[in-house]
Design a protein around this ligand. Structure first.
Ligand SMILES: *[C@@H]1O[C@H](CO)[C@@H](O)[C@H](O)[C@H]1NC(C)=O
Length: 288
């Protein structure tokens, strides 16, 4: 009887445990369904820093990381492109990878795509996109659920149309450039790098706070990037020292002219007198 009772209680406790176990599973499943990214959520991220700039005629390489749950499988990877701006927003497929071995097929000979481990890479050789484009990578799992990531790609452009304007009330010069990728600004005063006596350049380099008063001389803003540089100059009134310099030069040349004139006069006089002496001699000879 004792034995029977203990057995009985054991079976009931097992029953309770089964129930708890079952409930906890149910709760876990419920949570999985509620959570957008539990075990069953694939995600993809592009690893390049946005926006990606490509030199004309060079290669564009985009890399993406695929995160997947233990129960998931990648079934299709697609790379697409669409214009960044403009009226046409047509998406063009660049490559698709399918099957267990993720065989990839590009839609043009210069497009190469691969999928390996948890990464996928797109490479376009001889890049010639004139305008910006948005690239999309889409990963489809075995159930057909899709997840995607996007990245803006623009062509690396040379610096053009640099201009310098003055803000008189705040004693500052502002350097602007109409376009150019990754512009780097530097300033010159009378073709020499800016010193503390002339002014201070803002952190981004676009503004020069002029400390020199009054603002005078030539201020040049040079904007450069990997493809070259372009510059613009703001010309203020000539600096005083420069004025003094030119005055000194004028005085100097005047003095030189005067000195030269006197020298020429003296030489001419000497020449004339010596000629006169000779003529006197000739005259004397004639009379003798
Ligand atoms: C000069 O710069 C100041 C400060 O940035 C700005 O508030 C002001 O509008 C500028 N003046 C002109 C004429 O651009």
């Amino acid at each position: 009887m004792d034995k029977f009772l203990s057995l009985c209680s054991l079976s009931t406790s097992v029953g309770v445990m089964d129930r708890q176990y079952f409930l906890s599973w149910k709760v876990a499943l419920l949570l999985l369904h509620l959570m957008p990214c539990g075990l069953q959520c694939m995600s993809v991220h592009i690893l390049n820093k946005e926006p990606v700039h490509v030199m004309p005629d060079s290669s564009l390489v985009l890399k993406a990381r695929i995160e997947q749950g233990p129960l998931e499988e990648v079934s299709v990877v697609t790379w697409e492109r669409e214009p960044e701006t403009g009226l046409s927003t047509e998406r063009v497929t660049l490559a698709t990878c399918t099957g267990r071995s993720q065989k990839c097929a590009g839609t043009s000979p210069n497009v190469h795509v691969n999928v390996a481990q948890q990464e996928t890479a797109l490479q376009i050789n001889g890049y010639s996109g004139v305008d910006g484009a948005v690239y999309t990578v889409t990963v489809t799992d075995h159930k057909g659920a899709k997840t995607s990531a996007q990245c803006i790609v623009r062509t690396y452009e040379a610096v053009h149309h640099v201009s310098v304007s003055i803000n008189v009330s705040h004693s500052m010069l502002v350097c602007g450039e109409a376009w150019g990728t990754d512009p780097h600004f530097s300033w010159l005063h009378e073709r020499v790098a800016i010193t503390e006596t002339v002014g201070r350049v803002s952190k981004d380099g676009t503004t020069l706070f002029v400390t020199k008063t009054p603002i005078c001389g030539h201020f040049t803003c040079m904007v450069s990037n990997k493809l070259g540089h372009s510059s613009a100059t703001y010309t203020a009134a000539p600096c005083e020292t420069e004025g003094r310099g030119t005055t000194a030069a004028v005085v100097c040349s005047l003095l030189l002219l005067l000195f030269g004139g006197v020298l020429v006069y003296l030489l001419w006089r000497r020449h004339r007198y010596s000629n006169k002496g000779e003529r006197l001699h000739e005259h004397l000879d004639d009379t003798i």
